[in-house]
Design a protein around this ligand. Structure first.
Ligand code: SF4
Length: 414
């Protein structure tokens, strides 16, 4: 749960998870739907899915026994990578094996002045070798947790507390800063400068040093290390999303949600009907695409005029910059959907929030509710104006929302 997610966010989820599934057996018996419901809002949904798949594997294929070494954990359990395997094996089973997470990368790169791109194979191998060599043989779990904690609390990304650091005597980055300070003060008093070490210079050939073009920046001190990996630009995607709604019991609004496929992004989660948009489409074209998709899906004619533009909702996934172009469509009754289409159901707002829906879809609903609020206050305002003009007897219906049924009737009229 803590991968890419802050502790404060995770605590509630963790407690609810452990309360609901306190054992591997209990988790193995859960459905993906239940897992997604509990995980809703935490993001990176494949983590929950894989946790549950791993529990199932342990229960059904490994006789309920967790693998106990990093190698077996990584080999046998879905979703368990090198870091997770090392952490479980050392902390839970006492195996003398290292861990390398973001905090450990920072500490080790500073300890050994590793300035090359941390996503390069040479650096990754070097860091894992260091972690496996350094790990304390008698208390590997404590050592690994201490190293991660050192990175989280002392050797922090922007303002490391080198003066208080328990390993500063072993730290090459700190030594280098000290040497620079000494050299600067000698200069101040007119003395000759200290001769720098060969390791103070990046050669450009070394796979671990700072590259020659980006040598040490004095103003950064120890934070010259680690060198940030070049960020990959997220993929830009646009999706047309339709909030299909109807009046349910006692006039309470209900929304149609459909389930996503059981693999891929947001696997098994529920969403408003959504369809991919090609880049560069104008608003009218977007509406046409959405109407066509809805038409194919419902097997009923849908006209573009019936789609009411709500707005654009942007959501950033780790690797995708996603824009949802949101429309709403009010219906009079139920829809008979194509039997081959994904599972779907009508939900009230309350049921929607309790369902396994992503944060992005919650934003979409919020946008639709804000629009409805604005429409209703506009409606009240114009009604008041008309009443004052015409008097009570002259009132007229306000803002009629064309319904799908009305369009169907209009379509079938010769
Ligand atoms: Fe990090 Fe500073 Fe400690 Fe080196 S001395 S490990 S840079 S906190």
């Amino acid at each position: 749960m803590l991968q890419q997610t802050q502790v404060a966010t995770v605590i509630d989820y963790y407690n609810r998870w452990m309360q609901k599934w306190p054992t591997l057996q209990a988790l193995a018996a859960a459905s993906l739907e239940e897992v997604n419901e509990l995980w809703a809002g935490l993001g990176y949904y494949s983590r929950g899915k894989r946790l549950q798949e791993a529990a199932r594997k342990v229960v059904s294929e490994l006789a309920g026994r967790m693998p106990r070494t990093a190698e077996d954990l990584q080999r046998l359990l879905p979703g368990v990578g090198r870091y997770t395997a090392g952490a479980i094996a050392s902390i839970s089973f006492g195996q003398a094996t290292g861990v390398v997470d973001g905090n450990v990368i920072r500490v080790l790169c500073r300890l050994r002045c590793i300035g090359a791109d941390t996503s390069s194979l040479a650096v990754i191998d070097c860091l894992w070798n260091m972690a496996n060599t350094l790990v304390d043989r008698s208390r590997p779990g404590d050592f690994n947790q201490a190293l991660m904690e050192l990175g989280a609390t002392v050797c922090t990304p922007k303002s490391p507390l080198c003066g208080e650091c328990p390993v500063k005597e072993h730290c090459h980055a700190w030594r280098r800063v000290e040497k620079e300070l000494a050299s600067a003060s000698q200069k101040l008093f007119g003395k000759t400068t200290l001769v720098p070490d060969v390791e103070d210079y990046g050669t450009g050939d070394c796979l671990l040093c700072l590259p020659a073009a980006e040598l040490w920046d004095s103003s950064l001190g120890v934070t010259n290390f680690p060198r940030k990996a070049a960020k990959k630009q997220p993929r830009v995607e646009r999706t047309a999303t339709c909030v299909l709604e109807r009046r349910g019991h006692l006039g309470v609004p209900e929304y149609l949600i459909v389930q996503r496929p059981s693999s891929g992004l947001l696997a098994g989660l529920w969403e408003f009907p959504s369809f991919p948009l090609a880049p560069g489409l104008q608003e009218e074209q977007q509406k046409e695409v959405l109407a066509d998709h809805l038409q194919a899906w419902t097997r009923q004619p849908v006209q573009t005029q019936s789609l009411c533009f709500v707005g654009e909702v942007v959501h950033i996934f780790s690797h995708i910059h996603q824009t949802y172009v949101v429309y709403s469509l009010c219906l009079d009754g139920d829809l008979v959907l194509d039997a081959a289409s994904s599972p779907s159901r009508w939900v009230t707002e309350e049921e929607f929030r309790a369902s396994a829906v992503s944060t992005a879809m919650k934003k979409v609903l919020k946008a639709r509710e804000a629009q409805r609020g604005a429409q209703s206050s506009r409606g009240k305002g114009s009604k008041r104006k008309r009443e004052s003009k015409l008097g009570a007897a002259g009132s007229t219906p306000t803002g009629i929302q064309l319904s799908l049924r009305a369009f169907l009737q209009a379509q079938t009229t010769p």
